[in-house]
Design a protein around this ligand. Structure first.
Ligand SMILES: NC(=O)c1ccc[n+]([C@@H]2O[C@H](COP(=O)([O-])OP(=O)(O)OC[C@H]3O[C@@H](n4cnc5c(N)ncnc54)[C@H](OP(=O)(O)O)[C@@H]3O)[C@@H](O)[C@H]2O)c1
Length: 270
């Protein structure tokens, strides 16, 4: 009887105390889906912020079937309508962490330096709107929480065809310097992660197109592409999720203000 009581109390204690909640801002992309799965597997509750309700329902359905005991909630998020961003779905939820995934910066449509109009549009969608959400999240966050921002390897490395990305990713690594001070009252850590090429459908189709233009097969083009990666492979979405998990967790309790490349060493090999 006594043993039963001790086990029962420790079960109640664990369920009340250990369920930490992470908000994933834009969870339906391939990286967001991998992060959502890993966090549920690692015993976090999550809130998924998504612009398309049908996609959100599909993601939540998949997660619930694999992790039936997890609390998974939905919040609407469309960065292209900053005036309509509404965080009221978070009322009553205390966040222990946030993963900020900005939309992908579009490829530049101009030859040479992108125009002011192009910059205004790219900046609003991929930087200032997501940053506005982060700014307004502070009241919902618990002390000693963690914010992880998805940047990209162009924060470290110049890629000629990624003119917009070269700037936006650096803007984010600049923003973490400000944010870690602004969140310091609550001892909230702010870090960025910078994936190189990850084998998502987006990148597979780029490799496929290059292969077709050279008249070779996908595998051959992939082999050529990874020759500069010291690990001789591109990362998988789960490689990115594992680093996000690390930075959200107490394993990274004194890691603050860093930008962590996830590129198999590629950016240092030129
Ligand atoms: N994959 C890589 O190799 C890699 C490398 C470095 C950095 N990154 C960056 O990591 C981020 C995610 O990459 P990913 O590969 O997961 O992208 P993805 O699979 O192409 O997904 C993009 C996500 O952005 C969402 N989105 C687009 N416009 C939006 C808007 N106006 N408001 C709200 N959500 C919007 C999409 O929502 P819907 O589902 O509704 O379309 C989708 O969930 C991007 O910024 C990407 O550039 C990726």
């Amino acid at each position: 009887m006594r043993i039963f009581f001790v086990v029962f109390v420790s079960w109640v204690w664990t369920s009340v105390v250990s369920a930490k909640t992470i908000l994933i801002l834009v969870a339906t992309g391939e990286l967001g889906v991998a992060i959502s799965h890993l966090l549920c597997e690692k015993d976090y509750d999550i809130v998924v912020a998504v612009r398309d309700k049908d996609k959100a329902d599909k993601l939540i359905g998949n997660l619930k079937s694999r992790y039936p005991n997890k609390a998974i909630s939905y919040m609407h998020m469309d960065y292209s309508k900053p005036a309509a961003i509404d965080l009221s779905a978070l009322n009553g939820i205390a966040l222990d962490g946030v993963v900020v995934i900005p939309p992908r910066p579009a490829f530049s449509t101009t030859v040479g330096i992108p125009t002011k109009e192009e910059w205004d549009a790219v900046f609003a969608l991929t930087y200032s709107s997501p940053l506005e959400v982060v700014r307004r999240l502070e009241p919902y966050m618990n002390k000693e929480g963690s914010v992880v921002i998805m940047s990209g390897i162009t924060s470290e490395q110049y890629i000629p065809t990624y003119q917009n990305s070269n700037v936006i990713r650096l803007a984010w690594t600049g923003a973490i310097k400000n944010l870690m001070h602004q969140f310091s009252q609550k001892s909230i850590r702010v870090n960025a992660i910078s994936p190189g090429t990850i084998l998502t459908e987006f990148n597979k189709s780029k490799i496929q197109k290059r292969a077709e233009s050279k008249g070779i097969c996908f595998e051959e083009e992939l082999k050529r592409s990874i020759s500069n990666v010291p690990l001789k492979q591109y990362g998988q979405p789960m490689d990115v999720a594992k680093v996000a998990y690390f930075l959200l967790s107490d394993l990274a309790s004194h890691v603050n203000g860093v930008n962590l490349p996830i590129d198999g060493g590629e950016s240092l090999s030129y």
